[in-house]
Design a protein around this ligand. Sequence first.
Ligand SMILES: [Zn+2]
Ligand SMILES: [Zn+2]
Length: 646
Amino acid sequence: MIQITLPDGTVKDFQKGSTPMDVAKNISEGFARNVISAKFNDITVESSTPLTENGNLVLFTFNDEEGKKTFWHSSAHVLAQAITSFYPDVKLTIGPAIENGYYYDVDLGDNIISDKDFKAIEQKMLELARGKHEFKMREVSKEDALNFYKSQNNEYKVELIENLEDGEITFCDHSDFTDLCRGGHIPNTGIIKAVKVMSVAGAYWRGDEKNNQLTRIYGVSFPKQKMLTEYLALLEEAKKRDHRKLGKELELFAFSTKVGQGLPLWLPKGAALRERLENFLKKAQKKAGYEMVMTPHIGQKELYVTSGHYAKYGEDSFQPIHTPKEDEEFFLKPMNCPHHCEIYNNKPYSYKELPKRFAEFGTVYRYEQSGELHGLTRVRGFTQDDAHIFCTPDQLDTEFKEVIDLVLYVFKSLSFENFTAQVSLRDKEKSDKYIGSDENWEKAENAIINAAKEKGLDYVVEYGEAAFYGPKLDFMVKDALGRSWQLGTIQVDYNLPERFDLNYKGADNQLHRPVMIHRAPFGSMERFIAVLIEHTGGKFPLWLTPEQVIILPISEKYQKYAENVLHLLENSEIRALIDDRSEKTGRKIRDAELNKVPFMLIVGEQEEESGTVSVRKQGDGDMGTLTISEFISYINKEINSTLKQF
Ligand SMILES: [Zn+2]
Ligand SMILES: [Zn+2]
């Protein structure tokens, strides 16, 4: 007998040689039908692998990330089988699972696969899947494995096998198809019920452009047709909300090849929106005791050698800038922290003056390969809503709570209701990996956990995920489409105060090291605005949106009255404009709807005579007629309901 421990702690006895599927069936037949993969003592196994020793078993369904990966990787085998049936001379290379599905890189020789072939490939895959073929792993000697692929003239698999040790090589068979594979499959092909070939792209063997160009075929698959339908609908919606598309339509930002890749240009409406976001945070920060600072966009090499960023960003980053005469060496600023440390160092502090909280909307530059750039989410220059708090170890507790309050205020004001937090702590068994005393780490870790608890955060604790210089708290928000984004972060740092020799005079008249907290509720303005655009579909909270009101005179005759309305709105600090084009009112309404202007005020003869406006709410339609002052108090109430004071 062997003892199997399940994740909930229950221990059960099983016959030696029982499989994960046997264990699943022992739990319940219904559960077993959904089990698709397993991990035994932290090693991925097949659900049919005989277990021969005591150990911990985790069973996965499609709802688990591990389960999905196994499902998609197994589907890649079926895709390869289908491709081979159409192109018998195809040379297969690798076929991993990825975040949303899987791909297979193949050398098609002179053949080409295009969109037109997708349907046939999908049908073939489903036909093969219906055969309910089991995935079976077997060990092969290096010699046999090499001979197998040499006989197929597949130099790619031969190269892969040559880099493996004899004794660790396995093949996976299902139906009449064999592939070199490390393992981790679903029980049989029959549970693949829905497949979709998503796209094809070129890819170099081993990612090296000196190698052969291969065809990468992307696919996704599900255990239910309904799941595929929902997934495709989600993709469709995501496409509509793509911040690159909406950013252009709403005239928020642009890119210019002349200026350079990955360097966003903020258009007037986008710049105004960003400024409003910055002012919103500045106002809250001021109340929370932050002081604004400003620092240059470049710094001397020595600064980044001291901070350690040179070692991290130096070689793979933008290359240094040299002065013509003095031969000084500067770098574009990759982080604001070193500059802020020098601001702290500008004068001596006593413990009574701490904490110091220096905030800056600091623009930083980091080199990203051109292929990695993506809209506003991956750029080469971006602005962090950065701040650094310098405090005594005893102040950490309070500071952490206050930073969490600020982050929650930001999320709430911007309609991110759904978020979780991750507390990253050190791995206590590897304490030599971390800088700073045990006592200080203890203090900081407790401060973070206490703060997260007290603020009622939905958080998970990850051991060993802390940076070497301190523990941290990261926020993940879920957008309206259920996608997760990492946004705000709060990080404790024992390293930089040491490197920059920061100190303060304690009550004992001795010098002590302050603790540093890095924090950024938005993270980066660019990325945050991108996420906000996709979350809201461009329908920003009323307080933030570029234009809150558009006035639509039904003909030129009412231009004067429209201007009067505009002035009254502007006096109440409501952002409004007049659509004075000689278009029909219906057209003007349609355009305002498309531009997502929250309120339309239609004015004509009746309105002018009675000093009123006809109000339409974007997406909601007609709201009836209001006097101008009634409308102003209504919209102000609406604004205040989303934007509370910090
Ligand atoms: Zn496999
Ligand atoms: Zn920092």
